[in-house]
Ligand binder design. Sequence first.
Ligand SMILES: Cc1ncc(COP(=O)(O)OP(=O)(O)O)c(N)n1
Ligand SMILES: Cc1nc(C(=O)O)sc1CCOP(=O)(O)O
Ligand SMILES: [Mg+2]
Length: 207
Amino acid sequence: MQLYLVTDENACLGRDIFRVVEEAVKGGVTMVQLREKSLGTRAFIDRAKKMKDILHPYHVPLIINDRVDVALACDADGVHVGQSDMPYEILKDLLPPDKIIGLSAETKEDVIEAENLNLTYLAVSPLFSTPSKTDTLAPWGMDGLKWVKAHSKNPLVVIGGLNESNVVEAISNGAEGIAVISAICSAASPFKAAKFLKSMINNTNKI
Ligand SMILES: Cc1ncc(COP(=O)(O)OP(=O)(O)O)c(N)n1
Ligand SMILES: Cc1nc(C(=O)O)sc1CCOP(=O)(O)O
Ligand SMILES: [Mg+2]
């Protein structure tokens, strides 16, 4: 997981989304989630297939946000679902067993329920408030992350407001993956931004 890029075409500031993603991967992104909130199904599948072709030579997995049908159609590496999306129990039966499943935890109850699920990762959602997604519950904050780490066996990804000013603290407090939109998609150089974040992650002591 490590450095997880979640896409948002609007955050790419008019630049080509595939180019932004490839630059970011060259800089060190280790997983990509294609997050499309307004594309029709066919356009989403087309974009997912093209993204998969771009990521394949770098051995970087492609995760599809929300849509298991799109993930199956393009043989993506996995799906990310939130608490209002397809329930895990249904998703796991639809996906082949080797696929990645990520789930968002917005509350302490979500974290405890997730203990019984076979997840690839649990997303601490959101770690900090962010203009990139405003329909969230209250941010966990660093104390919340510490609580999740103490109560969860799942590998943790943090998302929401992550950037070079807070990745070290997030990793030091138990995050195994750092998920970002704007810190990379909206950077002047997605390559340099990814490279810098990745070096910070690599140089931080994990717990
Ligand atoms: C890595 C990661 N974590 C959390 C989310 C948010 O998922 P969700 O709550 O379903 O919200 P949408 O992204 O679908 O708007 C995520 N996408 N990725
Ligand atoms: C897609 C997403 N999910 C979130 C959650 O809290 O579940 S926050 C978020 C957007 C993250 O964007 P940025 O890195 O620009 O803050
Ligand atoms: Mg969702």
